[in-house]
Design a protein around this ligand. Sequence first.
Ligand code: URP
Ligand code: ZN
Ligand code: ZN
Ligand code: ZN
Length: 478
Amino acid sequence: TEFDLVIRNGKIATAADVMNCDIGIHQGQIVALAAELPKGTQEIDATDKLVLPGGVDAHCHMDQPMNDGSVMADDFYTGTLSALCGGTTTVIPFACQMKGHSLAKAVEDYHQRATDKAVIDYAFHLIVTDPTPHVLDEELPKLIAKGYTSFKVYMTYDDLKLSDRALLDVLAVARQEGAFVMVHAENSDCIAWMVQRLAQLGKISPRYHATARPQVVEREATHRAIALAELVDVPILIVHVSGAEAVEQIQWAQNRGLRIYAETCPQYLFLTEADLDQPGFEGAKCICSPPPRDKANQQVIWDGLCNGVFQVISSDHAPFRYAHPQGKQICGTHGSFQYVPNGIPGIETRLPLLFSEGVNQGRIDLNTFVALTATNPAKLYGLYPQKGTIAIGSDADLVIWDTQRQVTIANEMLHHNVDYTPYEGIALQGYPEITISRGEIVYQHGEVIAQKGRGKFLSCGLSSFARPRQRGKAVPCP
Ligand code: URP
Ligand code: ZN
Ligand code: ZN
Ligand code: ZN
């Protein structure tokens, strides 16, 4: 065998195993795992280093056109560059249908945005906002067959949300075609009602974003999404779960034997609603939906990462600049939280935060870290075993971690195009030293070596997680 690259003497961890051996890479794939492999064309000495599968960020937004006039700061170049510097080698952003428009056209448009820019491999989830008969019967089945096998649906946001009836229609198509549905679960009317009352009282500063979205709003929608999925007999995944009350609903469903899966994000482990209460309008930097909760809820999320409630941690990277007329201050310095684009940046900090506070602090073990950040998202969305693990035949997407390195997060060291990070000043131990994508060193000791546009589109297979409980039985609501 000849090797283009050999990584020597590292400690390798997957979702299942920890092993000390060399990794032989040929034509972008892992072809050998053994002690003392013969010399490769290129060699990396990983003595005292940890070698992990590259992260799979299964929920991130880049270059997504917004209806409210806000503009995402990261395109597919800066977004994927930022990802790889933080140890992520695969991203699954969204191709969002605009109401009244074709979903298939949206997918074409996003391909244009990504193709000459992405520096790591990417797939797309669809966002279904307008499930007309044409979309349900023609576009979705065709897109699923072409490798867009997962879609997100929203229960809130006027320009995105679906009625329960429309949700059922989309769930039925997913069941029929074997696709996997991600649900943004918040009660839209509750939020609108709260926002209006707060506005009448003049309560418009960023902290009231959290006041307008108490946990009951998320809990109710989570329960309703679970009920709709049960009616159709199709699994779903609840995205960006923020705290104890939604967790309780998910656990209740899982205990009933329903196939309900869940994702959380670093913001629900590292931020609290107090971060929205800053001088001036600064709290807008931490406005995301659902909002961060409190310390007790952070603990519930940590617990859920160990006890199996959650299968995946994604960044939900939503890059809006703070000091930009089309960014977080879209409403002006004295405007209302209700016009602030929702979501926070975090594609580069996801893995380092989780590694330091999770693995180093003993909250999750190394295998669980790999499972939550790489292997499970690859499995959930039909990219495994090409992505998400270290195995013979898998793509050589690898990260060599310096577990000793001390880093204090500062926005100036990050590679996204956002002018702040909500995690400024957090001290970490352990950081990616080298990132390898399909056998190519794309990042090394703080230097990016990735050629713009080298990232490839990944067509996703059908997820085994999407299988209904009653195999073979017709969709209850055809
Ligand atoms: O506030 C959030 N999470 N914004 C990003 C879009 C979404 O709903 O995931
Ligand atoms: Zn060769
Ligand atoms: Zn969402
Ligand atoms: Zn999102």
